[in-house]
Design a protein around this ligand. Sequence first.
Ligand code: 5GP
Ligand code: ZN
Length: 111
Amino acid sequence: MQDCLFCKIIAGELPSTKIYEDDYVYAFEDIDKQAPVHVVVVPKNHYKNITEVKDSSQVGKIFDAINKIVEQLDVKNGFRVVCNTGEDGGQTVEHLHFHLMAGRKFGWPAG
Ligand code: 5GP
Ligand code: ZN
């Protein structure tokens, strides 16, 4: 997608701090970290959000990547995965992504 921020990051047209990459997924440090570890995990295919994913194997690729990143970063005490979706869900970038956060204790449902 021409005007998509994350498509540009994936294509290397905008800089990012890469954490992980495979054929399907690109993951990089969030620019505005909400935890000591805050990685944005993004499918290379452009989907606006979860509702556009009709092929669930795509989500499997993301979860495989998350498990590899978790191993790589060695976040033994646990982590949080968040997928903000749509306006009420707090999504600000309209390219499906999962926040992987760790390194502090999280509250629930907020914080
Ligand atoms: P959302 O709010 O859509 O769930 O998440 C978008 C995330 O992308 C935010 O946490 C925001 O900090 C991050 N973000 C926005 N622009 C950039 C950027 O240019 N580079 C990086 N690394 N992260 C970004
Ligand atoms: Zn995109």
